[in-house]
Design a protein around this ligand. Sequence first.
Ligand code: SAM
Length: 281
Amino acid sequence: MSGIDDLPPLREVIKAHDLRAKKALGQNFLLDLNLTARIARLAGDLSDCDVLEVGPGPGGLTRGLLAEGARKVLAVEKDARCLPALAQIAERYPGRLEVIEGDALEVDVLAHLTPPIRVAANLPYNIGTELLVRWLTPKEWPPFWQSLTLMFQREVAERIVAQPGGKAYGRLALLAQWRAEPRIVMDLGPEVFSPPPKVSSAVVHLTALPAPRFPADPEVLSRVVAAAFNQRRKMLRSGLRGLSPDIEDHLRAAGIAPTERAERVTLEAFCALARSLQAAQ
Ligand code: SAM
């Protein structure tokens, strides 16, 4: 018995199914079910929500989400070795856990989910930022999710919540803060994972805003921000020259000095620049 349910403790599950962690799959498992239940609580009220979990592994967070009352969990796992452990959990919570074996970058999850939807995951580090950027950049807003509660390396979490003026500020901060409200809600040392990673981790909770903070076309804004931070040490008039021959005029129209560097430009000003460039297209 584990405390949050009547299934075996995770150490036993891992041993029984011989789930030796594979580095290539970003496998660092959480073994403390009280901790996974706490992370599940950080995701908000789950009782009337479907929850998408990427990379359930042996199921620590999955069990937390179900014990905390998620209406349904859809778990996408690439490693077939984890499926028997997840099947045991599905048996314990009839009709509430659906597992898809596959790559989260390829599976079409929406066909399996009913709104309202929240996302909660201890993400494989190798695909974490790619998934986050995808969830943040749909053409239409609001997105399919109400909130994202995601584990990242602490350094990535800092980039998501960063403000202008520092090294952490860049594309991730701008995309995350344009249409969502991101907060770091928990810090975790390496020792809570098995095996322990080299760096510290943090849970970031992002709530989708009903509408973007400032108007801009998502594709144009993404292009502007990517170009600006690709050459973050250059003055914007040269870093962004590729976007328009009249880039200096557009920068001035957005209230940005052409000699400014990307690191010091606010979200509001980047949105104004995206609008000015789009109007001239
Ligand atoms: N959620 C579990 C936990 O907290 O203990 C495991 C987290 S572990 C950091 C990441 C999990 O993602 C592993 O189970 C790994 O097999 C899985 N994974 C890695 N790449 C994946 C992918 N492309 N699609 C789906 N799952 C993936």
